[in-house]
Design a protein around this ligand. Structure first.
Ligand code: AMP
Length: 361
């Protein structure tokens, strides 16, 4: 099977690493000449909007998928006229606009925190009256990893927050969450769905730093609640592939934060920590192959390598550690790789996390 991927970052690279053993031939479309996925796939160097490049990708592929949600929806729709595209472009559209995304969650019966749209500074003020302070002003489109966001703790902070965002936004009440979780699942074209265990995530400055899965202290009910949420969204969108939903746990309940219509950073642990990685399962789903088991192998943690890469010798000396480097040049705030740790229980895992964290920071 020939798989085309729009986007050639680290997610494309890990999809490639999962696709090669399945005998898949991969082609990525990415404007960066040094795209991380180019190490494992044919590479068309062009912008996502480039018509000729999209046609070339369609010709080189039996199925097209994407690894980045900032792919223009029009590009995905135009590809879909000549080649099957999974997940559906509608899922891409829903994830690109925080307002549409929130509406999709509500339609699927997923509770969300208070929010209101705002197109200008005055509307931010109006929105604050509805959602209260503290609040977070977030650009509706093209915000990720905490970019295009500003916290508002009082009305005095509205003006600077609007200057920082300065485009159509939503204003969200700051959720006093107990912790952040994510649920990842893979849906086949026929509707079969398999979910991974809930992942506990820690962010700093809006960027994911650390994930642990299965998340500790998760009841059967909480896992079932998360899976129900994911199923509703995936079924509504007639989704095919891996879908991730980021959640806030508040008083034992779950609120939807955002979704990603693709493999997700909080699922990287599945490479070593699950029977079937999210990357392999995504490819199986889009290619119409049977889905693999999403059962965990022991417990796992993932630590992102942001801005700098630690010494490989020291990382790999930690029992159960695996190093994944993306081949990117170091830059402040850039995800350069990750370390996965596997262990038999959370006690051992925690000790290993502390060893790696000391090397990473
Ligand atoms: P996002 O880009 O929406 O995923 O936001 C990045 C991170 O900022 C989240 O993972 C949270 O840690 C934090 N955050 C975002 N929105 C809220 C909110 N409404 N309440 C509290 N924390 C938030």
């Amino acid at each position: 099977v020939r798989i085309g991927i729009v986007g050639g970052g680290q997610l494309g690279r890990m999809l490639g690493l999962a696709g090669v053993p399945l005998g898949m031939r991969l082609t990525v479309l990415d404007p960066a000449p040094d795209a991380p996925a180019a190490a494992v796939a044919d590479h068309i160097v062009a912008e996502y909007e480039d018509e000729a490049a999209l046609e070339e990708l369609a010709r080189a592929s039996d199925i097209v998928t994407y690894e980045c949600e900032n792919v223009p929806v029009d590009a995905a729709r135009s590809l879909a006229r000549s080649v099957p595209v999974h997940p559906p472009p509608n899922a891409l559209a829903a994830s690109q606009d925080r307002l549409v995304e929130k509406a999709a969650f509500e339609r699927a019966g997923i509770p969300v925190g208070a929010y209101a749209p705002a197109e200008n500074e005055d509307e931010v003020r109006g929105a604050l009256e509805r959602v209260g302070v503290p609040a977070v002003v977030k650009a509706r489109r093209f915000g990720y990893d905490g970019k295009g966001q500003a916290m508002v703790r009082s009305v005095e902070e509205v003006a600077p927050a609007w200057r920082a965002v300065a485009r159509p936004a939503i204003v969200e009440a700051r959720v006093p969450f107990d912790r952040e979780l994510s649920i990842l699942g893979v849906r086949a074209a026929g509707g079969e769905l398999r979910c991974y265990p809930l992942v506990e995530n820690r962010h700093r400055d809006g960027i994911l730093r650390r994930s642990v899965s299965p998340a500790p202290r998760v009841t059967v009910d909480l896992q079932a609640q998360a899976e129900r949420h994911l199923r509703r969204v995936a079924d509504d969108l007639e989704y095919v592939g891996v879908l991730a939903i980021e959640l806030f746990e508040v008083d034992g309940g779950l609120l939807g934060n955002e979704m990603a219509p693709r493999v997700h950073n909080s699922g990287h642990w599945t490479i070593e920590g699950s029977q079937t990685s999210q990357f392999e399962n995504h490819l199986r789903a889009v290619a119409g192959l049977p889905l693999g088991s999403t059962a965990p192998r022991g417990v796992a943690a993932m630590l992102n390598l942001i801005g700098t890469v630690p010494d490989a010798d020291q990382i790999l000396a930690v029992p159960g550690a695996h190093l994944h480097l993306y081949g990117k040049s170091p830059r402040r705030g850039r995800k350069l790789g990750h370390v996965t740790l596997v262990a038999d229980d959370h006690g051992d895992l925690q000790a290993r996390i502390e060893r790696v964290a000391a090397l990473v920071h």
